[in-house]
Design a protein. Structure first.
Length: 254
C-alpha cells in the first residue's frame, strides 16, 4: 500500500506546486500590468509637452503672432476631452489609460504642485515700486472684491438655477468662479505697453485672490459636509487663514 499512497502524495505535492506557481504567475502579470499602467500615465504628459512646444513655435511665425497661446491650449484641451469621452481613444489603450489616470488624479496634488510655482514666478517678476503704489487697491480687489463677487454669484445661482442647490453649495461654485487668473490679459497688456499701474492692479489681484477664494470655498465645503460652525467659528477661521498666513509668510521672508 505504500506505493499508491506515495504516488498520491507526489501528485498532491505537484498539484499544490502548480497552484502556487499559477498564483505567483498571476500576481507577476498583475504587477507587470500595473507597472505598465504607471508608465502609460506619462504618455499624455510627453504629448502635452510636445504639443505645447509645437504651439509656441508656431506662434513665432509672422502669420500667427497675434494668436493667443492660452486660448489655443484651452481649445486643444476641450478637443482632447471630447475625443476621450466619446470613446474614440478606446482603440488606443495606452492613451486611454493615460487619460483616465490624469482624469482621476488627486486635485490637491495639482493644487500644491502647480499653484505655488505660478505664484512664486509672478511674485519674482513684480515691479516692487509699482506694487507699493497699488498695494491697497490689490488688497481691496482680492479681499472684499472677491467676497462680494462670490456671494453675488452664489445668490444668482441660488435664485436663478432650477436645480435646488443650497446656498452653501452655490457659494462653493461662486468662490471657484470669482478667483480669476488673467494670465492672457496680463501678457497682452505687457505686449501692448499698457500702463504699469493697470497691469500691476490686475496681476496683483490675481496673485492674492486665490487665498480669499480658498477660505470661502473651505467654509462653504465644511457647511455642505455637515460641519457645525457658527459665526464665531467662521470669524476665527477667517482670521487664522488670512492673518496667520500673512504672519507666516512675513516670518519666513524676514
Amino acid at each position: 500500500m505504500r506505493g499508491p499512497w506515495r504516488v498520491a502524495f507526489v501528485l498532491l505535492a505537484l498539484l499544490a506546486h502548480c497552484a502556487v506557481a499559477t498564483e505567483k504567475s498571476a500576481e507577476a502579470r498583475a504587477d507587470e500590468e500595473e507597472i505598465a499602467h504607471d508608465y502609460e500615465t506619462l504618455y499624455l504628459l510627453f504629448g502635452f509637452v510636445l504639443v505645447g512646444a509645437a504651439v509656441l513655435h508656431l506662434t513665432t511665425l509672422n502669420a500667427l503672432q497675434n494668436v493667443p497661446v492660452t486660448v489655443v491650449f484651452f481649445v486643444l484641451g476641450i478637443a482632447l476631452a471630447l475625443v476621450a469621452e466619446t470613446g474614440a481613444m478606446d482603440g488606443m489603450p495606452g492613451l486611454s489609460n493615460s487619460y483616465d489616470s490624469w482624469k482621476t488624479i488627486d486635485p490637491h496634488l495639482l493644487l500644491f504642485t502647480f499653484l505655488p510655482p505660478l505664484l512664486f514666478s509672478d511674485a519674482m517678476t513684480v515691479n516692487t515700486h509699482v506694487a507699493q503704489q497699488t498695494a491697497w487697491q490689490c488688497l481691496i480687489l482680492a479681499g472684499p472684491g472677491v467676497a462680494i463677487g462670490s456671494f453675488a454669484s452664489a445668490a444668482l445661482f441660488y435664485y436663478a438655477l432650477p436645480w435646488g442647490w443650497s446656498f452653501p453649495l452655490c457659494l462653493m461654485v461662486g468662490s471657484i468662479l470669482s478667483a480669476t487668473d488673467p494670465v492672457a490679459v496680463v501678457s497682452l497688456l505687457k505686449d501692448l505697453g499698457a500702463s504699469p499701474v493697470l497691469t500691476m492692479q490686475i496681476q496683483g489681484e490675481s496673485m492674492l485672490n486665490d487665498g480669499t477664494a480658498m477660505v470661502l470655498f473651505t467654509l462653504a465645503y465644511g457647511i455642505v459636509g455637515g460641519t457645525e460652525c457658527g459665526a464665531g467659528c467662521i470669524v476665527s477661521y477667517l482670521f487664522k487663514a488670512t492673518l496667520g498666513a500673512w504672519a507666516l509668510g512675513t516670518a519666513i521672508g524676514l
